[in-house]
Design a protein around this ligand. Structure first.
Ligand code: COA
Length: 291
């Protein structure tokens, strides 16, 4: 009997066990996401787990399922990295992970971006669709044409933190200081400043197959395009990814920049609808999991 056959025989008879996802699980978690052709690196898994809470299902000691969630303030959270190994699917493990996640997150409003495969499970659990996300990516062949804005596009300074958190809160309807504070050391942040006030922010960081641009929060699409072009400019020749809301209207412009749309997912919410203030808009996500 091969090692695989022994494993499979064990897995078929053992019952699924819910445990906390720990850093020791991450090499196996990476294998699960690579098998789906999801681009996370080990560093991306470690970043996500350190920022939030992870749930795992093991069968016969083997990791077969993951689900993570990230609290945003006391009332909201994002969920993602929800994976069940293909051979273990349709046995209720996805449901088991989500029931535990919903229990841990208490009464929080939870957002997630669902693949087609996840939608029915999430709908059964009370999630409702509220939007769509367009995934754009490619090796960036040329530097995007600079987009003129009134005001200046400039680097982040430490005293910008409060202004960034405020416009992010207005745009996302959530208190995402923990996520943004974790991005400061690993991402390059740029801002649009006009009349002495921060009007827009965006950042780019190493992620997946190259770099990811986002979050991008701005009052209007011109500022968003200016920031995105500016953030991408140093990365010509690299693999660049950006996940924008369908409502942003940025898809045609991104196609022109040379970033094809390669997929889309459905934004879903369970609980109170998000109350963005309207003073700023979330144009691009940090990534599909973190929101
Ligand atoms: C989405 C995903 C996590 C669901 O995991 P899963 O373990 O298959 O989920 P469950 O078994 O709890 O439920 C899935 C379906 O199986 C059914 N099911 C549950 N137990 C079952 C059983 N014992 N026998 C047959 N079917 C069963 C459920 O009713 C559900 O059916 P439905 O989709 O027709 O409503 C999994 O398909 C996956 O990892 N997909 C790839 C990654 C992905 O897209 N993740 C979602 C990201 S947002």
């Amino acid at each position: 009997m091969t090692a695989f056959a022994v494993d499979d025989a064990m897995a078929a008879t053992a019952s699924p066990r819910l445990v906390a996802l720990t850093p020791d699980h991450l090499p196996q978690a990476l294998s699960l996401s690579l098998a789906l052709q999801w681009p996370y690196r080990l560093e991306d898994w470690a970043f996500a787990l350190a920022l939030g809470h992870g749930i795992a299902v093991e069968v016969g000691g083997r990791l077969v399922g993951t689900a993570l969630w990230w609290p945003y303030g006391d009332s909201h959270a994002s969920a993602g990295m929800i994976i069940v190994a293909p051979w273990a699917q349709r046995r209720g493990i996805g449901r088991m992970l989500m029931d535990e996640l919903l229990g841990q997150a208490g009464g929080r409003t939870i957002i997630l971006n669902s693949t087609l495969e996840g939608r029915s499970l999430y709908a059964q659990l009370g999630f409702a669709a509220y939007g769509a996300i367009h995934q754009h990516q490619a090796v960036l062949a040329t530097r995007p044409v600079t987009v003129a804005v009134s005001g200046t596009v400039r680097d982040f300074r430490a005293d910008d933190r409060a202004a960034i958190l405020a416009i992010d809160r207005a745009a996302s309807g959530m208190e995402r200081a923990n996520m943004i504070d974790a991005l400061f050391p690993i991402a390059a942040f740029r801002l649009v400043e006009r009349e002495g006030a921060v009007r827009a922010y965006g950042c780019v960081r190493p992620w997946g197959r190259g770099v990811v641009v986002g979050p991008v929060v701005a009052a209007d699409p011109e500022d968003a395009r200016a920031l995105i072009a500016d953030l991408m400019a140093p990365h010509v020749g690299r693999f660049v990814r950006i996940d924008v809301t369908a409502a942003s209207g940025l898809t045609p412009w991104l196609l022109g920049v040379g970033l094809p749309k390669v997929g889309d997912v459905t934004s879903m919410v369970r609980g109170q609808p998000l109350l963005a203030e309207g003073a700023a808009t979330l144009f691009a996500l940090s990534n599909q999991s973190l929101g």
